[in-house]
Design a binder for this molecule. Structure first.
Ligand SMILES: *[C@@H]1O[C@H](CO)[C@@H](O)[C@H](O)[C@H]1NC(C)=O
Ligand SMILES: *[C@@H]1O[C@H](CO)[C@@H](O)[C@H](O)[C@H]1NC(C)=O
Ligand SMILES: *[C@@H]1O[C@H](CO)[C@@H](O)[C@H](O)[C@H]1NC(C)=O
Ligand SMILES: *[C@@H]1O[C@H](CO)[C@@H](O)[C@H](O)[C@H]1NC(C)=O
Length: 268
């Protein structure tokens, strides 16, 4: 049983790393236990007091306790492990050590799908915030016969721009039939690789016009109906206007002159 546990425990001692402690030094280690990564900091000398421990990952406090032990541990899922960690023995004057843990990349995308019209240009972007940096980005398109590798400048259509933390694929002059589909970006670092997929849809210009043409047709039909109705009602409308016209016109005239008086009075 103990042997099995020991076997499952791939032990990597990183040793004393950036450690500073008022009373001696801090030993740090990174172990893999099943699917977890366990970080340990141990003071090699007992200071006058230990009020607790604090763990920080990439600038955020991830664990804190008020124990007085000489050793403190932090466990993290293997897939989330990459980052910059610090263990701090409290009060802060007691000691602090930094541990950088590298992991497999975790590729993230901002938008998983892109819709565009034919002839347009789109850009797909992949990011990796994990440590170690990406040393190779590859892009490909999924086709029936497998994966079709995309390289910068190929077909004068695909352009790839990559750095240690991100990669962008720009596709120019989109075509309805050939450019729709699934695209994949793959980032590889010293620890492994990860992928992200995109769905690209391309609409034909004509398809984009249909809703507009529909509205135009609707407006034309409406205008025709209104025009025909007006034509039919014209004779009676003219009568109505004559009958109703005189009385309201007078009253509105009076209002107008009153208004003028008021305005003149306020003006003087
Ligand atoms: C950790 O720190 C190193 C060097 O200070 C830096 O290059 C790296 O990007 C940092 N990693 C993370 C995940 O913040
Ligand atoms: C990609 O190709 C374009 C034009 O072919 C070129 O200007 C650019 O420098 C290339 N970029 C990279 C990262 O090679
Ligand atoms: C490549 O990316 C960098 C940084 O992300 C940017 O400054 C540069 O303009 C990009 N180059 C091209 C050709 O898109
Ligand atoms: C990404 O590419 C690398 C190198 O080409 C390959 O070994 C790896 O299997 C790919 N990653 C995934 C998740 O398919």
């Amino acid at each position: 049983m103990a042997a099995a546990v020991l076997l499952a425990l791939a032990f990597t001692l990183l040793g004393i790393q950036n450690a500073s402690a008022a009373a001696g030094s801090i030993l740090t280690s990174v172990e893999e236990v099943d699917s977890k990564t366990r970080l340990t900091c141990t003071l090699n000398q007992r200071p006058t007091e230990i009020a607790g421990h604090r763990w920080i990952k990439d600038g955020k406090v991830v664990k804190e306790d008020t124990l007085a032990e000489l050793s403190t541990q932090y466990e993290v899922d293997m897939k989330d492990r990459s980052g910059n960690y610090s263990c701090i023995f409290l009060p802060e004057s007691v000691g602090k050590a930094d541990i950088t843990v590298s992991g497999r990349p975790r590729i993230k995308v901002v938008k998983k799908s892109a819709h565009a019209d034919e002839g347009e240009t789109i850009t797909l972007a992949c990011k990796s915030e994990s440590y170690a940096p990406i040393i190779e980005w590859t892009w490909y398109k999924k086709v029936d016969s497998g994966n079709q590798l995309i390289t910068n400048g190929s077909q004068n259509k695909y352009f790839v721009n990559s750095s240690e933390t991100q990669s962008e694929l720009t596709i120019k002059n989109l075509e309805v039939g050939s450019d729709r589909g699934t695209y994949v970006c793959n980032g590889t670092n010293s620890e492994g690789s990860d992928e992200a997929t995109f769905t690209v849809r391309v609409h034909s210009r004509l398809a984009a016009l249909w809703p507009f043409l529909g509205i135009v047709a609707e407006v034309l039909v409406l205008l025709t109906i209104i025009f025909m109705c007006e034509k039919r009602q014209k004779p009676s409308e003219e009568l109505d206007d004559d009958e109703l016209g005189s009385a309201p016109l007078k009253s509105s005239g009076q209002v107008d002159s009153k208004d003028k008086n008021v305005r003149q009075r306020t003006a003087t």
